[in-house]
Design a binder for this molecule. Structure first.
Ligand code: GAP
Length: 464
């Protein structure tokens, strides 16, 4: 496990830039700015067809690691709007704030602790407060939770909040899970779902949004074992990211300084990825102690503890929480996969995604749109789509069709040509090595499934 201190110099010698990613995502239907025909809505994005497929694959791999590959974690899908007491107990009503200053002159609002990274509204080359016209207010705390009301009348008692994290739904259900799941610590409850934060510092595409998706797991352990399980999850989560192809030299674990720790945490390390914007958080892995269960027990009046019926031992479990963002994960996988190269003098853009994550696994392309090739290609396509996400494309020059599949990260392309009609063989092209092998149609499905099960490493490894 690599633990790199925060002062490691940032080097970025990759061809990828955030602008290229934003443009590819729009051009190829991964991500669109939300409400675009009305001029967009700050930091909200819509996922297009390939974005949906890619994010589904990320979620599926996370569920696989949590549920299928272990027998000590169970799943939950809790409500987005929870009892408002949840947020008093969790500390979010009092403490989930950013300090803000307003400028009375330009009417812009800035995070008080990010003034030196913000641009003055009138003179963008200066920071707020640096010109004589700037007229900044004192810093005031601004709560990041979105409020709404339950029921038709806007009265005080009915104020509720859109959850700013999925974690609290897990703590609220702790008692249900002890009863129904026949689990005892150490065990975990995992959840994927939308969270909402009225973020002040936005930008950087889907890195920081006001509506985003989290993949969180709360792992309940005997108090004395918390430090050991924290180490277990630090190693386990780093392995998940690298197994799915993120280059190890673009990934690091950064332990939080004491003054960075959240109010609930005694130790947190962030998994950080080297994005084009610099090292930034992908996932936080916190030791939350017994903070949450103790707080909810206090506010709800319910006992939230584990009792061993055989020995009579009782305790409030401590919690280790790996909390990742699904959208940030998608951004990191796309950034890591983005590459440019040249084929026979022509430049191409290619997403070298792990095949398990690739939105489409195989494209089926007749060389020409005649001589029975489309018919045979359709037959091959119908057979393959029973096994994996496949796509059929018969329009345009074959080179352009390959380029299109390369840009969405399709690892394999099957080409049907005149020989295919004679001997029922096709060529199977590899996105990264560009190798083409001839293979019998009847072996194709099995070959693709076999390749999907192989361990995979980014071909960019060693190239920065
Ligand atoms: N329950 C702990 C928790 O919510 P967090 O570090 O605030 O911790 C966990 O969030 C992960 O959620 C982050 O590592 C990040 O990947 C993702 N995330 C947080 N805020 C986000 C935002 N505004 N936009 C996109 N992803 C976000």
């Amino acid at each position: 496990m690599r633990i790199v201190p925060d002062d490691q110099p940032v080097t970025y010698d990759d061809v990828v830039t955030m602008d290229k990613i934003v443009s590819l995502c729009k051009r190829r239907g991964f991500v669109f700015p939300s409400s675009e025909i009305y001029g967009g809505l700050g930091s909200s994005y819509d996922y297009g067809h390939y974005g949906v497929l890619l994010k589904n694959n990320i979620r599926a791999q996370w569920w696989r690691a949590m549920l299928q590959e272990r027998d000590d974690i169970v799943a939950l899908d809790s409500a987005i709007i929870q009892h408002p007491e949840t947020w008093r107990a969790s500390g979010h009503l009092a403490g989930f704030t950013d300090p803000l200053v307003d400028c009375r002159t330009c009417k812009l609002r800035f995070r008080a602790d990010h003034i030196d990274q913000s641009a003055c509204g009138r003179k963008p080359s200066k920071h707020p407060g640096e010109t004589p016209e700037c007229d900044l207010t004192e810093a005031r705390d601004f709560n990041l939770m979105f409020q709404t009301t339950i029921g038709p009348v806007q009265e005080e008692g009915s104020t509720v909040y859109l959850r700013p994290e999925t974690a609290q739904g897990i703590f609220l259900n702790f008692k249900n899970y002890l009863q129904f799941s026949r689990k005892r610590p150490p065990f975990g409850i995992a959840q994927i779902g939308k969270s909402f934060r009225n973020e002040i510092t936005t930008g950087n595409f889907i890195f920081r949004m006001r509506e985003f998706e989290q993949m969180e797991m709360e792992f309940f352990v005997p108090p004395d074992d918390a430090a050991k399980w924290h180490q277990h999850w630090l190693a386990g989560r780093m392995k998940w990211w690298t197994d799915l192809g993120l280059r190890p030299d673009h990934l690091r674990l950064r332990p939080h300084e004491a003054d960075e720790l959240s109010h609930y945490s005694s130790a947190t390390s962030d998994v950080e990825y080297l994005f084009p914007i610099g090292w930034s958080e992908l996932e936080g892995i916190a030791n939350r102690g017994d903070f949450d269960l103790t707080q909810h027990a206090k506010f709800s009046g319910q006992k939230l503890e584990y009792v061993d019926t055989a020995t009579g031992e009782r305790y409030v479990p401590h919690v280790i929480e790996p909390a990742a963002g699904a959208d940030r994960a998608m951004l990191a996988f796309i950034v890591d996969a983005y590459d440019e190269d040249e084929i026979e003098g022509e430049s191409r853009t290619v997403l070298r995604l792990h095949p398990l994550l690739a939105p489409v696994k195989v494209a089926v392309l007749p060389l020409v749109r005649k001589d029975g090739q489309p018919e045979l290609a359709t037959e091959v396509y119908r057979d393959l789509r029973e096994r994996v996400q496949a796509e059929y494309d018969e329009g345009g020059a074959i080179g352009r069709r390959y380029r299109r599949q390369d840009e969405i990260g399709t690892p394999w392309a099957v080409t049907i040509d005149h020989q295919s009609l004679e001997d029922r063989t096709v060529t199977l092209r590899d996105r990264d090595s560009l190798s083409q092998v001839r293979i019998a149609i009847e072996d194709l499905g099995e070959e693709i499934e076999l390749r999907l099960r192989q361990p995979w490493h980014s071909p960019k490894l060693g190239n920065g």
